[in-house]
Structures are given as C-alpha cells and as structure tokens.
Design a protein around this ligand. Structure first.
Ligand code: ATP
Length: 373
C-alpha cells in the first residue's frame, strides 16, 4: 500500500516500441526504454524531438500509433488517463485561480470523495515548504511558489509516476537553479519515479540519475550525467551536453590499448576503450576544459597530445574561467577553457601550443556528420 507521500508499489515504467505518427510524420520512433521505479529520469532534447509527445502517451492524453506502455507488470496502454497512477506537472502550473492554495492542493482528494483532507494537505504543504501561504490565491504567489503548489497538488494523488513537462521553464535563471535543487530534494524524500522533460542540459544534469538524450523521435544515448559527459557516443551528444572540440582524423593503428590517429597533420593518441572505431575515419573529441594552452615553444609534459602553431583569436574573461578560441594552422578553431587561478591571460594574436592528456579525449565513428547539438 502507499503511504501518505505516495511511495508506490508500482514497479518500473517500461516503454516498448512506443511510436507516434502524425500523418506521415513520425514524432516518436520505436522508443524502448525502462525507467526504474524511484529514479529521477530526464528526457533531454531540442524543441520538436518528441519529448512532450512521449509524456502525453505515458499519461494517456495521446494514443500511441504502435507499442506498449507498462507500469510494473500492468499494461496501461489502453487505460484512460484518470485510471493511470500517473500525474503531470506542466510549465504553466494549471492551478485553479479561484481556489486558494489549500483548496488547490486538496482538490484531487475532494474529487475522489475524501472528506478528511486536513492531515494530507498539511503534509504536502510541509513537503513543499508553503504551509504559511495556505490561504493565498495563486495570483498572490510568485512563479516558484506556484510551481511548488502544482507539485503538491500532483503528489497528493499518490501517483506512481510523476511527469514533469518543462516545469521550470517559466522561471528566471536564479529561481530555476533553486527549484532544481528543491525538486531533487522532494523526489528523494517521496521516492517516486520522476520523468522530467527538458531542453536544458544543465537542468537535466543537475537533477537526473539517468538522462536519455532524444533526437528526431529516437533515443540517441542514455546514461548517468557523468557517463554521457565523459563518453558521448555521437557528435550530437558530445555537443548537446556541454561543448566539445571535434577533430576529424584517420586511425593509423591500434597497439595494445592505444589508438593512434592523424589529425591536422599531427600524430595524436587516445585510449582504445574510449574510441568507438579502430579503422578508417574517426572524430577525436576533447572538452574545452581538458585542453591546456601554453606559449609557443614551451616544454610540454611527456606523453601529451599537442597541436602547435596556434594563434589566440579570442579571449573572453568570464570570471571562473577564461574561454579562448585558438586558430590552428589548418584554419580550424579550437575552444580552450582555462580556470582563472591567477594565471596570465593570453592576448589575441599570441602564438600558442594547445595540448591535452590523451586519456581526456574520446573517439567517435568518423562517418557521421558533426552535429551542432
Ligand atoms: P518542445 O520542447 O518544443 O515542446 P518536444 O520535443 O516536446 O518539443 P513534441 O511536442 O513532442 O516535441 O513534438 C514532436 C514533433 O511532433 C514536432 O515536430 C511537432 O510539431 C509534432 N507534433 C506534435 N503534436 C502534433 C500534432 N497534434 N499534430 C501534428 N504534429 C504534431
């Protein structure tokens, strides 16, 4: 049975071959996905990739063209929305303007004919830390407060799965950051499965245990935030989560656990277990913060990958770091982020050598296009 905070007995949420077509356009394309019970899962992708359509199928607002949806052992594909143990929190909150906070939160219980709502509403208002505003109307609340009420109103129904569709989209950046941490705290406290849809990679990384990166109706890659960041599998993921330098090259050979690559006319290496191809075209990736900048002619640490002959084309001081663009002899530009720890800032026009530890780079299949992400 469920306790007051709705800790479910439900099991994993599983999508099997889930597909949605609108006419000849496929918005969601054979999604296969298991979201473990109690996890904080993010569906991350650019506008139009099919995130909202996926959520709408899970909540029952949209009928799939193909595929099934399971909650634990139950196939819920054909169930009406109100018969599914699923609730959604939307970006626009959808609170009742004529009801006060208390009655907004109590609504789901009253609709089910429950009379004694006092304790449960009080618990929910405590959970979102808004007990002191119980008698306010939504119009008398800030955006962040309205969002918490929307959350309390959904959680009081004791769903097994809470769907969050860009729930923080209407908030300014600072409040967004606060609410991200707050949402994570609440999810840990209630232990429910949260499925969060967002196009904001930092938001997904802040909150989720597992992120599925969606692109054109498909899952491009799935994993923990650190997995996806350290081992992106495609150029799209490499650039959608953070920023990557992507350098086209050719695999020269593999010896033991080291892959040798030629790129920009130079010989570079990377660990075999971080390289997704062992022949032909490769794209060597390295994050800007993993690349170091040194004055031309400097002695470099042994074993590093180095590209000489670069010239600083831009230096942007942004507080914690200075972000450089370095133009290589090939004409390509490389991004380099240096922590500001009192080092001298290299001016545009300075000749430099860029270098990085081979273990900090990754290799992608070179037959793909370099996607901006
Ligand atoms: P956003 O972040 O902008 O909401 P999204 O990733 O949530 O994007 P969806 O809303 O799922 O994307 O839409 C996926 C694609 O399906 C889009 O190209 C959209 O135009 C299309 N689409 C969505 N609903 C319909 C519909 N009812 N009829 C036709 N096309 C639709």
């Amino acid at each position: 049975s469920n306790d007051v905070l709705g800790r479910g007995t439900g099991g994993d949420l599983r999508l099997a071959g889930l597909t949605k077509r609108f006419g000849s356009f496929t918005a969601v394309d054979h999604l296969d996905l298991t979201i473990p019970q109690g996890s904080f899962f993010a569906l991350l992708g650019a506008s139009g990739c099919g995130k909202t359509t996926t959520l709408r199928m899970v909540s029952g607002l949209e009928a799939p063209s193909e595929g099934r949806i399971f909650l634990g052992d139950d196939d819920v594909t054909e169930r009406k929305p109100h018969r599914r143990p699923v609730n959604t929190v939307f970006q626009n909150y959808a609170l009742f303007p004529h009801l006060d906070v208390y009655e907004n939160v109590a609504f789901g219980l009253r609709r089910r004919g429950i009379k004694d709502v006092k304790q449960q509403v009080a618990d929910m208002l405590d959970l979102v830390e808004l007990g002191h505003l119980a008698r306010r109307r939504p119009s008398q609340l800030s955006g962040g407060q309205q969002q918490r009420i929307a959350l309390a109103r959904a959680l009081i129904n004791q769903p097994q799965v809470l769907l969050l569709d860009e729930p923080l989209g209407a908030l300014d950046l600072k409040l967004r950051r606060q609410m991200q941490i707050e949402l994570k705290r609440i999810q840990t406290e209630v232990g429910l499965t949260f499925v969060h849809v967002t196009h904001d990679q930092e938001e997904a990384m802040t909150m989720a245990d597992t992120i599925a990166v969606m692109n054109s109706g498909r899952i491009e890659q799935m994993g923990s935030p650190a997995d996806l960041y350290e081992n992106p599998g495609t150029t799209f993921v490499a650039n959608f989560l953070g920023q990557s330098n992507l350098i086209p090259g050719t695999v020269e050979g593999v010896r033991g656990d080291v892959v040798t690559v030629t790129a920009h006319g130079q010989r570079l290496t990377l660990p075999a277990d971080r390289c997704r191809t062992d022949t032909g075209a490769v794209i060597l990736g390295v994050r800007p913060e993993k690349v170091r900048l040194a004055p031309a002619g400097s002695a470099l640490p042994p074993g590093v990958n180095a590209l000489a002959g670069g010239v600083v084309s831009d230096a942007s001081f942004i507080g914690v770091s200075t972000q450089y663009l370095v133009r290589l002899p090939s004409g390509e530009e490389l991004a380099v982020f240096e922590q500001n720890t009192g080092c001298e800032i290299q001016r545009p026009g300075t000749e430099v050598v860029v270098h990085w530890d081979p273990s900090q780079s990754f290799g992608l299949d070179g037959s793909q296009d370099i996607e901006a992400g």
